[in-house]
Write a protein that binds this ligand. Structure first.
Ligand SMILES: [Zn+2]
Length: 407
């Protein structure tokens, strides 16, 4: 029986007795951890086979960064918190906009609720795009590795982040940007007795390197060292991911892309349809704004025909109407197009050939967004015998697991 101390978005959470650290490892397909353990470079994670908990959870579809990070820190799906992409078509203003602004957030976070009750809370994110959303109304520390040298006590709850971490601010496209997040977590916990901490990395490495490759194993070896340090300080750790990651190429390593806007323009005339790719964010170099989820707005008279023709395209896994998609994936209907298009595991969905700059793709494309990237790890450094059988765990159960189930 779970004793509830605080209610957030319809769920009860116990007050942390020891520091609780929830970590979102961006793009962490479960196999990255498996392969790092097999290679012998992740001894801390390997030891959790004995003393920890290992579940496989489902992330939110679209399997993108913002919807999932916000689901994890609110404990509810996008139908409740409102963030269903990195990017969307704002029907109210008639503009395509980034969904980075907290004004799009429709509910509070677990972090802010605990801080409001007096908990010491810290959030460190790799990219600054997430800081505003994760730190919404949060009375505590919240900063990004990307802009760690531009923090102020009044706005970030800290004014010496770089000095405290002891690392120079890394390049936004680097593995070190995520290392900075882990290093900051260790340093913050070492100095302050925190109650709750949320760490969120970037998937720079996962977009480039498959599980088990030297670059991937080096990343997980680095992560493993920091996890060991957090564990040694007595933290309860729950690690999950915002989404998985897959190759999106043919056997020669060439990207498999279905250009939806070009197809719709060809069928119904230019600008009759509007294709939105919610993976779009300010950092597109490593994926060219190509993912396996898209949504399209188009005149009602073309909908049945478009749904049928899109579904017939090789590489398209499914085409759903708005209502069906929002029910299946728990999305807010007012922020989703008339059709939702899902790419297969090896295929990404683009808009127009001319709109995608693929010159930054130095290695074969790896990306995410679809149902094929929905399975993610949900791992803890404590063992519990209290887990309900047959529960469908979600990555946004991370705080539930950490606070309500782990000893
Ligand atoms: Zn991500």
């Amino acid at each position: 029986m779970v004793r509830v101390d605080i209610d957030v978005n319809g769920r009860g959470y116990r007050w942390p007795r020891e520091p609780v650290v929830v970590i979102c490892v961006d793009g962490c397909e479960p196999d990255y951890i498996t392969q790092a353990i097999v290679a012998g470079v992740a001894p801390f994670l390997a030891a959790l086979t004995e003393g920890g908990t290992c579940l496989t959870a489902d992330c939110v579809v679209p399997s993108f960064t913002n919807p999932n990070n916000l689901s994890i820190v609110t404990g509810v799906p996008p139908s409740v918190h409102g963030i269903c992409g990195n990017y969307f078509w704002d029907r109210e203003t008639g503009a395509e906009v980034m969904m980075n602004d907290p004004k799009y957030l429709r509910t509070g976070t677990i972090l802010a609720a605990f801080a409001a009750e007096g908990a010491k809370v810290a959030v460190v994110t790799a990219k600054d795009k997430l800081r505003g959303l994760l730190g919404h109304k949060l009375g505590g520390v919240c900063f990004s590795a990307e802009k760690a040298d531009r923090v102020h006590r009044a706005t970030h709850g800290i004014d010496d982040a770089v000095e405290r971490v002891g690392m120079a601010v890394p390049d936004v496209y680097s593995a070190e940007l995520s290392e900075f997040v882990f290093a900051a977590g260790v340093k913050l916990l070492a100095r302050d007795r925190l109650d709750l901490m949320y760490l969120s990395t970037t998937d720079y490495v996962q977009h480039k390197a498959a599980p088990g490759t030297p670059q991937a194993n080096a990343f997980y070896a680095m992560m493993d060292r920091y996890l060991g340090e957090l564990d040694a300080m007595g933290a309860v750790i729950v690690l999950t991911a915002d989404h998985g990651m897959n190759a999106k190429t043919d056997a020669f390593g060439r990207p498999s892309i279905v250009y939806l806007q070009d197809r719709l323009d060809g069928w119904y005339g230019e600008r009759m349809a509007r294709v939105i790719l919610p993976i779009t964010d300010p950092y597109v170099v490593h994926h060219g704004a190509l993912g396996s989820f898209a949504t399209a707005y188009l005149p009602a008279k073309h909908l049945p025909d478009a749904a049928r023709r899109l579904a017939e395209l090789p590489g398209v896994e499914a085409v759903l109407g708005r209502e069906e998609a929002c029910e299946r994936f728990e999305l807010p209907p007012d922020r989703v197009g008339d059709l939702v298009i899902l790419g297969e595991r090896l295929t990404v969905l683009g808009s127009s050939v001319a709109k995608h700059d693929l010159s930054g793709l130095a290695v074969p494309l790896r990306s995410h967004g679809g149902v094929s990237e929905q399975r993610v790890p949900l791992i803890a450094n404590r063992r519990t015998s209290d887990l309900t059988a047959n529960r469908r765990w979600r990555n946004f159960d991370a705080f539930d697991l950490a606070l309500n189930y782990l000893p």
